[in-house]
Design a protein around this ligand. Structure first.
Ligand code: MN
Length: 233
């Protein structure tokens, strides 16, 4: 029986599954802050602190080949290429050694950031939403199922802007690996199917302009191409 909503129910956010017409429905987007030492150093932060989490709304996903309108309010939009982990199940207090059992697959994503607004809110000890959680802020490429590629522990992760490499790291440089992140996050909230986790970015974040073409890849996982468009009127 379908519910009798008083306004139209929002559409289900979803990400394509590679080599298939099927879709992965997105419930929540979690992001890990400061999970690669070289990025912590470029941001001038304390690399001894454990990572922490912030969230983006599911409808901010942009698919492969999409265009991201240059967002409002910022003069310093940055790209952060990240390995994205997509869950098929979850739970609370998931043990590290059971965490991989929750993973449907992996994708390449970009944690787009209004860096000037993020830093301003950080200085005021305010939440990060204005800097991180804005429309079109979570581009994500097609998901490769773990049933096909297993659970990558080492893979080159790169981002090029207009053909020039900006970020070139390896997912083995993560301070907290994927099972540790899932286990830790499941202490904070119950994880379920449809949750995705952006696992942090390597060094090389930099400013974007309208017209920029971003090409990202994680070796063995896939790729993502996104164009930065003109601001919306
Ligand atoms: Mn990030």
């Amino acid at each position: 029986m379908s519910a009798d909503y008083v306004v139209p129910a929002p559409p289900q956010a979803a990400i394509a599954v590679a080599g298939s017409s099927k879709l992965f429905p997105v419930r929540r987007i979690w992001c890990v802050g400061r999970n690669y030492v070289e990025h912590i150093r470029e941001m001038g932060q304390d690399e001894r602190l454990p990572p922490f989490y912030f969230a983006k709304f599911p409808d901010q996903v942009v698919g492969d080949g999409g265009t991201v309108p240059y967002p409002s309010l910022t003069k310093d939009l940055h790209q952060e290429v990240e390995l994205v982990v997509c869950l098929k199940s979850g739970g609370r207090n998931i043990p590290v050694e059971k965490a991989n059992d929750c993973i449907f697959g992996y994708a390449v994503g970009i944690d787009l950031t209004r860096r000037d607004l993020q830093i301003a809110s950080r200085k005021l000890e305010r939440p990060w939403e204005i800097g991180k959680n804005f429309d079109h802020s979570a581009p994500c490429g097609p998901i490769k199922p773990a049933s096909e590629i297993g659970h990558p522990k080492e893979a080159r992760i790169t981002l090029s802007c207009n053909g020039k490499v900006r970020q070139d790291g390896n997912i083995n440089q993560m301070i907290w690996n994927v099972p540790e992140i899932i286990a830790d996050l499941s202490k904070m909230v119950e994880l379920t199917a449809g949750d995705i986790i952006m696992t942090g970015t390597p060094a090389g974040v930099a400013a974007l302009s309208p017209g920029d073409k971003l090409e990202c890849s994680v070796e063995g996982v896939g790729s993502l191409t996104v164009t930065i468009g003109q601001p919306l009127k």
